[in-house]
Design a binder for this molecule. Structure first.
Ligand code: UD1
Ligand code: CA
Length: 459
């Protein structure tokens, strides 16, 4: 049986007070609607239809890179005439199996909850997700008859005083057969308080058709919470991060404070990892066994091999750290950085497109860009690879067991042979041969009896 998922994402989201369409605001680094699309695509054989309107082009382009995008299509709703009208835009593209309706601004809905809804759908049953709220103001109310059967949804603005006392609310998420939907949608009218075509009116039609409405509740209310303003977005972000932190701790990761840890992407973890406070992981991160991450670090798209240590306040992007290597505090490792096993990068060191082989040490205040550095080499404080001539980038190649003295400038392209030594303060512009000592600085001179200038007295 086919499954079509219709995601409503045409609304503007005025209360965000933003030029960005609401569904593109990020939660854990991913647009809200992207969470919903990814969850929808996790259902077996789902074809996903996103109803776009406000900011439609940017919503569409933000979803083009989704994995499984071949099962993703878009329907335009040029005027927002209500949720029923929105779903109607997808009717032509629907198969003849089941249809699930989701909201692009309800990001934390879980696959399992949706699967349960879908399991209840057949020719005689539709499924509805409801939630019981202490303050149901603004929500559609679930009306039941004296046998507790759901007979209708009444929107807050259309509800009478007695109905407003009902605390069971519509989440907006529902599932039915495509045949049922095709029967009911064309019969909707906009004769209500908001002058809109309400999707919720299909519930009364179901009851009238003898289709039983199977109402169930999510395992946690955050699953069905929507984002209308920035307060709600921040609250869902915390809920989501909390859930991720719990998962990681169950997997054996030590988090100094789960409330001060953020994962904006995916992380693969080993055992006995220690993460201090205020750490942000972004994109695709791998942390092998025994990795230690100090406080206030940002680590993006990186692989940290067994026993690697990132000390406080370091920023890593596109990095591979070898086994038992370490960096920081205050290291900035940029894309294309590879540290070999037991390599050491200390404070105020910046690297980019740099390969530091096993055991390389660059302890202090250094820039290594477009560099190849052989095993065991020591890079002195203040060493700079001058990799950019104003137009092009050039590589610096340094052999194994080289000693680069402090405050050396290596003007690329340049090569330094194995075992060479470079005297402190050198500006290296030509090849240094294996095992040579290169000194490239002016000789020290002395003027004996030198008199310092003295201040002229003010008249
Ligand atoms: C809707 C439900 C209400 C439910 C509430 C839960 C209806 C009539 N009401 O009310 O019962 O309790 O959600 O949050 O369905 N959208 C479109 N096109 C439109 C209108 C809406 O794409 O023409 C999208 C919005 O972008 C949003 C979703 O549908 O993602 C819900 O619309 P919204 O206006 O927020 O519905 P509510 O009035 O909150
Ligand atoms: Ca809403």
């Amino acid at each position: 049986m086919s499954l079509d998922v219709v995601i409503l994402a045409a609304g503007q989201g005025t209360r965000m007070r933003s030029k960005t369409p609401k569904v593109l605001h990020p939660l854990a680094g991913r647009p809200l609607v992207r969470h919903v699309v990814d969850t929808a695509l996790s259902l077996d054989d789902a074809r996903v239809h996103v109803v776009i309107g406000h900011g439609g082009d940017s919503v569409r382009s933000s979803l083009e890179t989704v994995t499984g995008a071949t099962n993703l299509s878009f329907c335009e709703q040029t005027e927002q005439k209500g949720t029923g009208h929105a779903v109607a835009q997808s009717l032509e593209g629907l198969g003849d199996g089941k249809v699930l309706v989701l909201y692009g601004d309800v990001p934390l809905i879980q696959t399992k909850t949706l699967q349960t809804l879908l399991d209840h759908v057949d020719d005689e049953h539709m499924a509805l997700l409801t939630v019981t709220l202490d303050d149901p103001t603004g929500y559609g109310r679930i009306v039941r008859d004296d046998k507790r059967a759901v007979t209708a949804i009444v929107e807050h603005k259309d509800a009478d005083a007695a109905q407003r006392y009902i605390r069971e609310c519509n989440t907006g998420i529902m599932a039915m057969t495509s045949a049922q939907l095709k029967r009911w949608l064309p019969a909707l009218s906009a004769d209500n308080a908001q002058g809109e075509y309400y999707l919720t009116d299909v519930i009364a039609m179901a009851a009238a058709d003898g289709v039983e409405v199977d109402a169930s509740q999510p395992s946690s209310p955050v699953e069905v919470e929507g984002v209308n303003d920035r307060r709600q977005l921040a609250a869902l972000e915390r809920a989501y991060q909390r859930r991720q932190a719990e998962h990681l701790m169950s997997a054996g990761v030590g988090l100094a404070d789960p409330a001060r840890f953020d994962l904006r992407g995916d992380v693969t973890v080993g055992r006995d990892i220690q993460v201090d406070v205020n750490v942000i992981l972004e994109g695709q991160v791998t942390l092998e066994d025994d990795v230690i991450i100090g406080p206030n670090c940002v680590i993006k798209d990186s692989v940290l091999r067994r026993g690697a240590v990132v000390k406080a306040n370091s920023h890593l992007d596109g990095v591979e750290m070898g086994e038992e290597s370490d960096c920081g505090p205050f290291a900035r490792l940029r894309p294309g950085t590879r540290l070999g096993a037991r390599a050491h990068v200390g404070n105020f060191v910046e690297t980019k497109n740099a390969n530091l082989a096993d055991g390389v040490k660059a302890g202090h205040l250094t820039y290594l860009g477009d560099a190849e550095i052989g095993a065991g080499t020591n890079i002195g404080a203040g060493t700079i690879t001058c990799n950019y001539d104003g137009a092009n980038k050039h590589r610096t190649r340094i052999g194994e067991n080289v000693f680069v003295g402090s405050n050396t400038a290596l003007v690329a392209p340049v090569t330094v042979g194995h075992g060479a030594t470079i005297a402190a303060g050198s500006t290296i512009t030509r090849e240094v041969a294996e095992s040579d000592l290169a000194i490239a600085r002016s000789r020290q001179t002395a003027k004996s009896g030198w008199q310092r200038p003295v201040k002229t007295p003010k008249s």
